[in-house]
Design a protein around this ligand. Structure first.
Ligand SMILES: CC(C)(COP(=O)(O)OP(=O)(O)OC[C@H]1O[C@@H](n2cnc3c(N)ncnc32)[C@H](O)[C@@H]1OP(=O)(O)O)[C@@H](O)C(=O)NCCC(=O)NCCS
Length: 167
């Protein structure tokens, strides 16, 4: 994948070395609340949050016994700058996929999120999924625009926004 303001965008499947580069990027240039579920403690990238970040991705993507989703590191100009993930959600009648994207602050607002979102969407279509779902917050204007721009219906519940797109 190339484009966005002459920066090359590459999606690399997550592995252990890439996970460490991803954590470094998140610590340098993102807030923990933007990239992982809440962990108790003082604000910022505490040791507990760094360990939880590694454990989360190992459990959800890297350990074959527990993996439930596919994660890619978003590399911009050769550096880790975010992540995209895709998780199949099976119900009795159909297969949906749940996706998420986050980017480092320094590369936001340049159209990269829009380009990156195409990858899980295409993967979902290729995999025969019937529905694409994602969640964000009312405060995340770029995320909401990204999802509505992809054609998703947005359902606002308090601070939370659930997006759903029939494929
Ligand atoms: C959400 C996120 C991935 C979007 O990626 P991005 O590269 O910044 O977004 P893009 O530049 O591709 O822009 C996507 C849309 O949001 C709009 N947008 C981008 N930054 C914006 C801002 N600060 N305020 C308002 N709108 C903004 C763009 O104009 C575009 O809308 P349009 O297509 O209607 O013009 C990124 O901002 C991010 O990582 N945010 C924090 C993590 C997060 O909350 N992720 C959950 C998302 S599901």
């Amino acid at each position: 994948m190339t484009g966005a303001h002459e920066s090359e965008i590459v999606l690399t499947p997550l592995d252990e070395p890439a996970l460490h580069r991803l954590l470094e990027a998140a610590v340098a240039d993102a807030d923990p609340r933007e990239v992982m579920p809440p962990v108790d403690g003082p604000p910022g990238w505490t040791r507990a949050r760094r360990e939880a970040f590694l454990a989360l991705h190992r459990r959800r993507s890297l350990d074959p016994d527990t993996a439930i989703e596919t994660t890619w590191v978003v590399e911009v100009g050769g550096r880790a700058a975010g992540a995209a993930r895709l998780r199949p959600v099976h119900s009795t009648s159909s297969v949906a996929v749940e996706a998420g994207v986050w980017l480092c602050r320094s590369v936001r607002g340049r159209g990269i999120g829009k380009r990156v979102t195409e990858v899980p969407l295409e993967a979902a279509r290729d995999g025969g999924a019937a529905r694409f779902i994602a969640s964000t917050t009312v405060a995340d204007t770029a995320g909401r625009r990204l999802l509505s721009g992809a054609g998703a219906d947005l359902d606002v519940r308090g601070e939370d926004v659930d997006a759903s797109l029939e494929l």
